[in-house]
Design a protein around this ligand. Structure first.
Ligand code: ITT
Length: 199
């Protein structure tokens, strides 16, 4: 089966390939970049799940192949859950990880260590060309550092320190991150759904 990863985020694609291949899915994974003529869907949902379903459904309809999508972000307690679904465009420029991270750290400059709880959240959606849709979620709880550390991963990884660890997500190996991450949890939960619906 041809399974399309409905994302143009390179960091996500790397992680999703590793997570889905480790789960032993017998599918050919093709990134959305293989379909450059299909315009990006507007993320008009108000939840991670809605946006993940929008992305997966749009690509499944446009290509005629089953598609999986990820909608994810960082939710900071003291900011009432922001940036949340706006994580990729928090600074105003979509996908500018450095600018997004700098703005967030500036906004949290006066917040002490005791009040820097945050979590990553990921919604993983599967959509079939016949309109069938499924979505599951995963989270990774942690605290936010005052300064970035590490070069792995992407996005806000250099500042999120998972509960129970002394390193940031950007200091974990890819396998260590996938084992505990919001994305790893969500997509491992999606695998049996993919098996059930695609065989
Ligand atoms: P696609 O819509 O093409 O998948 P995107 O980057 O626009 O790509 P999202 O709207 O889901 O995707 O935004 C995800 C953002 O959340 C991402 O740009 C990061 O800033 C942040 N994020 C999500 N998962 C993360 C992770 O594992 N580590 C660090 N930051 C993460």
């Amino acid at each position: 089966t041809h399974l399309i990863l409905a994302t143009r985020n390179a960091g996500k694609i790397t992680e999703l390939r590793a997570i889905l291949e480790a789960a032993g899915l017998d599918v050919e994974l093709v990134g959305a970049d293989a379909y450059p003529d299909i315009p990006d869907v507007k993320e008009t949902g108000v939840t991670f799940a809605e946006n993940a379903l929008l992305k997966a459904h749009a690509l499944a309809q446009a290509t005629g192949h089953p598609a999986v999508a990820d909608d994810s972000g960082l939710c900071v307690d003291v900011l009432g859950g922001a940036p949340g679904i706006f994580s990729a465009r928090w600074s105003g420029t979509h996908g500018d990880d450095r600018a997004n991270l700098s703005l967030l750290l500036a906004q949290l400059a006066d917040i002490s260590d005791d009040h820097r709880a945050a979590h990553f959240r990921c919604a993983a959606a599967l959509a079939l060309p016949d309109g069938t849709q499924r979505v599951v979620e995963g989270t990774l709880e942690g605290t936010l550092r005052h300064t970035p550390s590490g070069t792995g991963g992407f996005g806000y990884d250099p500042v999120l320190q998972p509960l129970g660890d002394t390193r940031t997500c950007a200091e974990l190996t890819p396998a260590e991150k996938n084992a505990i991450s919001h994305r790893g949890k969500a997509f491992r939960a999606l695998v049996p759904v993919v098996r059930e619906l695609l065989g």
